[in-house]
Design a protein around this ligand. Structure first.
Ligand code: IPM
Ligand code: MN
Length: 353
């Protein structure tokens, strides 16, 4: 197969982790005789530093024309003082919205070998395999009106969801559940918020089309608690935008490190694949970042972006095999354990492929 892949390294550790993921994709392409063409674009702080907008028009047009997009991270403290719309992060929000990427898949699982890496007792973590399905183009992130009042004494953001927005992401959750344990937990705050009541009603209505999938509802505070107390009780966790942002970081930390988590943002346009972690400026450029989130995002790109499920499974297996050895990036290493660098860890994964 031929595929055109746009790589947006972005800020901080983004360039290092995407480089490791591209090496994996190149290896897959050569082994399976696929022809992948990689283009690079500016985004976020890297674009601002080059004198461009956070999401340059050229990056957006390349994104629209690509078969899939691999992104590193955006966020740069140099631009922290700017208003939200001019910050590096705004590029990502614009890109998600412009491409209609409303369904964000964030799988988190217990990896054999990493039982001790996170804060949970191994017996609590055992068997954890949760797919967070986060609505990505609505809710508080995009609602209007928004802004700080002229006198600086108040500010507003708007939480709004339409039935259509809830239903289309709910369909993703139920369809994914069919390939898993057929259980969906829908997260809301229906005891307080009208938007959550609409969310709950809509998800319940969609569930009628999937009688083979069991739907339950949880308030977000209880869901956050259950995730820490009994993470293995979840299969698919369906959430609105902001709740999903929070719960997916929690899921990552519980499984050992946020650095492990990949994501796929899917919808109308070409898919966007990026690790869940941020730009981690404090370790940027030191070959200390964990490339697993980016490498597993490349696996999701193969599966969901290009339909290459078999190749994707190879990549996931290779990561699993390396994690069964003693190789550990800085975020996963125990005190005194030798640290494997970003590039070296990437190479270990390629060696297993
Ligand atoms: C994420 C990030 C982004 C988000 C930021 C960088 C805008 O935290 O992808 O989880 O909040 O969606
Ligand atoms: Mn986040």
């Amino acid at each position: 197969m031929k595929a055109d892949i746009l790589v947006l390294p972005g800020d901080g550790i983004g360039p290092e982790v995407t480089a490791a993921a591209v090496v994996v994709l190149e290896h897959i392409a050569s082994k399976a005789s696929h022809s992948f063409t990689f283009h690079e674009g500016f985004i976020g702080g890297a674009a601002l530093t080059a004198g461009l907008e956070p999401l340059p028009a050229e990056t957006l047009s390349c994104a629209r024309g690509a078969d899939a997009i691999l992104l590193g991270a955006v966020g740069d403290p140099a631009f922290d003082q700017r208003p939200p719309g001019e910050r590096p992060e705004s590029a990502l929000l614009q890109l998600r919205r412009a491409l209609g990427l409303y369904a964000n898949l964030r799988p988190a699982r217990m990896w054999p070998g990493l039982e001790q890496a996170g804060p949970l007792k191994p017996e609590v973590l055992a068997g954890t395999d949760v797919m967070v399905v986060r609505e990505l183009t609505g809710g508080l992130y995009y609602g209007e009106p928004r802004g700080i009042a002229a006198d600086g004494q108040s500010a507003v953001n708007t939480l709004r969801y339409s039935v259509m927005e809830v239903a289309r992401v709910a369909h993703w959750a139920f369809k994914l559940a069919r390939g898993r344990q057929r259980r969906v937990v829908s997260v809301d705050k229906a005891n307080v918020l009208e938007v959550s009541r609409l969310w709950r009603q809509t998800v319940t209505a969609v569930a009628a089309e999937y009688p083979d999938v069991r739907l339950t509802h949880e308030y977000v505070d209880a869901a956050a608690m259950k995730l820490a107390l009994a993470p293995s009780s979840f299969d698919v966790l369906l959430t609105e935008n902001m709740f999903g942002d929070i719960l997916s970081d929690e899921a990552g930390a519980l499984c050992g490190s946020l650095g492990l988590l990949p994501s796929a943002s899917l919808g109308d346009g070409p898919g966007l694949f990026e690790p869940v972690h941020g730009s981690a400026p404090s370790i940027a450029g030191q070959n200390r970042a964990n490339p697993i989130g980016a490498i597993l995002s490349a696996a999701m790109l193969l599966e969901h972006g290009l339909g290459l499920s078999e190749e994707a499974a190879h990549v996931v297996r290779a990561v699993g095999a390396v994690l069964k050895t003693s190789a550990r990036t800085a975020d996963l290493a125990n005190a005194g354990q030798p640290i494997t660098g970003t590039r070296e860890f990437g190479r270990l994964v390629v060696d297993r492929l």
